[in-house]
Design a protein. Structure first.
Length: 143
């Protein structure tokens, strides 16, 4: 039975890779909830959809949306170990690189993937948080 389940899962992953995920039908709230949990193979399509939506928003609305995405990503990845975090980041980097190789310069620019970005789509402070995980913080002076 486990082999059958593994075959079904492998088939689903292959289908996802060949067709890509369609995030256009998701609400902004659903996209926010997904932050940090999207399968690495679907991360490029997720980032493209986020970019498309932010382009249509007013500056303040886009800023608030981005902040909500960052908060959700932080919350959804806080329980990851440093090893899991690094593995996820590397898998997303590979998926992003593979997607970028299939795009023309015009498509790349329109997609938002042409910008320098943290390969896991996370804020640099979040990356630092995981890097510092497990290190003992110094005691405040005066105690």
């Amino acid at each position: 039975m486990n082999k059958f389940a593994a075959m079904i899962l492998a088939g689903a992953v292959c289908a996802s890779l060949s067709f890509g995920a369609d995030f256009s039908k998701q609400s902004n709230e659903e996209l926010i909830k997904m932050a940090g949990t999207v399968a690495p193979a679907d991360a490029p399509d997720y980032k493209i959809e986020i970019h498309k939506r932010m382009k249509t928003m007013k500056k303040e609305e886009a800023k608030k949306f981005h902040e909500q995405l960052e908060e959700a990503m932080q919350k959804n990845t806080d329980s990851m170990t440093l090893k899991e975090f690094r593995e996820r980041r590397e898998a997303i980097k590979q998926a992003m690189d593979a997607k970028i190789k299939t795009m023309s310069k015009k498509e790349l620019k329109e997609s938002g993937l042409d910008r320098k970005f943290n390969k896991c789509g996370m804020h640099h402070d979040h990356d630092k948080k995981h890097a510092d995980q497990g290190k003992k913080q110094p005691e405040p002076k005066g105690k």
